[in-house]
Design a protein around this ligand. Structure first.
Ligand code: PEP
Ligand code: MN
Length: 286
């Protein structure tokens, strides 16, 4: 990560997009792919507001084995076709095991590569070294590495180093909150003050995920929702990307509905983020 030598490049290019400590991207979308209609509604909404990155899971790591586990490879053909139809360039998609990478590769090949994929390593696999090595060995896809919810920053930087040391340095480091022994009004303690720390310690673009630490759509007394408040904290801290959950009907979502913002709110969220980002860019000049 610069310290050990494997990561020496500043950022990378993928599907014509630049990812670095200067760039800024928003990956919006549902926690999990559910229906064709919902997916089309999401891609259409992204296109309407001029976004070309999305997030969505086909393979979901669920706390309970009885909860929806994602459609897996079955949804990939129509998902990729739809992405191409709406000009979506990149989808961040979690993989839970090395064979998921092959399934994605095959489905993209069959579909004629209509979009790109960034392989997401979820918080639960943050120290799954075989999976880290597998995403590190392949060069087809960049990797979005999520901090382990119970791991120190140092442990996570070493985990990212596992990816880089296998040859793939196209890595985005994502903060998504951590669990503490202190209890927390949110699902996880927001750690977005670490954005500049990770940027200082590595060469990696840093992403924030405001959806998973908060886990709900509650409003603060000022009328602004907690997800917006923490998004602002991350953006003002210099985040290079936001991974955020949106769903056309959050109450019907099969995964993480309570924290998903309604799709109709996408333009408002964008306006909010743009204002905070502009403030950050102004502050940098002081
Ligand atoms: C997700 O992004 O939907 C997810 C499961 O995130 P995390 O691994 O951070 O819990
Ligand atoms: Mn989720």
């Amino acid at each position: 990560l610069g310290r050990h030598g494997a990561l020496t490049d500043f950022g990378f290019e993928y599907k014509g997009l630049q990812f670095s400590q200067e760039s800024f991207h928003i990956f919006a979308g549902p926690c999990a792919v559910d229906t064709y209609e919902n997916t089309e509604a999401i891609f259409r909404a992204l296109k309407e507001v001029g976004l070309c990155c999305a997030r969505m899971g086909a393979y979901k790591p669920r706390t309970s084995p009885y909860d929806f586990q994602g459609h897996g490879k079955a949804c990939l053909p129509w998902l990729f076709d739809l992405a191409g139809k709406y000009g979506i360039k990149v989808i961040a998609m979690e993989v839970l095991a090395p064979h998921h990478i092959e399934e994605i590769q095959e489905a993209l090949e069959d579909a004629g590569h209509p979009c790109g994929i960034i392989l997401q390593i979820g918080t639960r696999n943050a120290q799954n070294f075989e999976l880290l090595k597998a995403v590190g060995k392949q060069q087809d896809f960049p990797v979005l590495y999520k901090r382990g919810f119970g791991l120190s920053l140092e442990e996570c930087l070493n985990a990212a180093e596992y990816i880089a040391s296998e040859g793939n340095t196209k890595i985005i480091f994502c903060l998504r909150g951590v669990r503490t022994h202190l209890g927390d009004p949110h699902r996880n303690l927001v750690d977005f003050a670490h954005v500049p720390v990770v940027k200082r310690l590595t060469r990696l673009p840093v992403c924030i995920d405001p959806s998973h630490p908060i886990g709900s759509k509650v409003k603060a007394p000022d009328g602004i929702r907690d997800i917006y408040h923490v998004t602002a904290q991350g953006v003002i801290a210099g985040a290079n990307a936001i991974l955020v959950e949106f769903h056309p009907q959050p109450e019907k979502a099969l995964c993480d509905g309570p924290q998903s913002l309604p799709l109709t709110e996408l333009p408002l969220f964008l306006e909010f983020v743009q204002k905070v980002r502009e403030t950050y860019l102004d502050l940098k000049k002081l």
